[in-house]
Design a protein around this ligand. Structure first.
Ligand SMILES: CC(C)(COP(=O)(O)OP(=O)(O)OC[C@H]1O[C@@H](n2cnc3c(N)ncnc32)[C@H](O)[C@@H]1OP(=O)(O)O)[C@@H](O)C(=O)NCCC(=O)NCCS
Length: 186
């Protein structure tokens, strides 16, 4: 899955305004406060609600174990200026041969282009350090903000499917970005 390069917590990605780094235990209270906001959780498939510090601590532990094993790559987004506290999360989770991109931002950080900025760096990292032929992503049919993020970073719509998790029964739009399209756009 992910090579040694990404399996140590010195691994980080830099964008114009952000660092993307491994989550750490000290992040749990901020992650709980941001992801505990129903407006953040409700459009995601899997963030539990309510979401407390214990949940965030367990998530950080699981994220670090999976990062260390190369099973997934889950990174905290922080701004490069100020206190460098988490403002959201971005992750690549394994699918069949492909990785699925997911992300969320605390509400105070919406509408500033941070999700696309982080997603661009994760996509580059994924194609550079793994052999994945393609990335996938999904967003609820009505979730135009997330669809806009995906299109901006090069994903194309590829179909639809029943939404997973809390949205079971609703329609999700599926997106994909293959290695060739990524390389052409680079
Ligand atoms: C979805 C999310 C990641 C978008 O990130 P973002 O950094 O705010 O996105 P951007 O600033 O790049 O905005 C993307 C587009 O959506 C629009 N948009 C952003 N937030 C919006 C909102 N709350 N309502 C309507 N449109 C919105 C922007 O105007 C922009 O449109 P444009 O491409 O036409 O300019 C963020 O809103 C979020 O974390 N939401 C909660 C968790 C979530 O939904 N995660 C994704 C699950 S699929």
């Amino acid at each position: 899955m992910f090579p040694d390069l990404a399996r140590d917590d010195v691994f980080r990605l830099e964008t114009r305004r952000l660092w993307l780094r491994w989550p750490e235990a000290a992040d749990a209270p901020v992650l709980a406060a941001l992801a505990g906001d129903w407006e953040v959780a409700r459009l995601t498939a899997h963030i539990p609600h309510p979401y407390g510090v214990d949940d965030a601590q367990a998530f950080v532990r699981d994220s670090r174990e999976g990062n260390a094993a190369g099973r997934h790559l889950r990174l905290v987004m922080t701004r490069k200026t100020g206190d460098r506290a988490p403002i959201g999360m971005i992750a690549l989770e394994p699918g069949a041969q492909k990785f699925e991109l997911g992300y969320w931002l605390g509400r105070a950080f919406w509408r500033q282009g941070f999700a696309a900025e982080a997603a661009g760096a994760m996509i580059d990292a994924c194609f550079l350090v793994t052999r994945a032929p393609a990335l996938t992503a999904a967003a609820l049919e009505e979730h135009t903000a997330s669809q806009a993020v995906l299109r901006r970073v090069g994903f194309a719509p590829v179909g639809e499917a029943p939404a997973p998790g809390r949205h079971a029964g609703a329609k999700a739009l599926l997106f994909a970005l293959d290695r060739e399209s990524w390389a052409r756009a680079a």
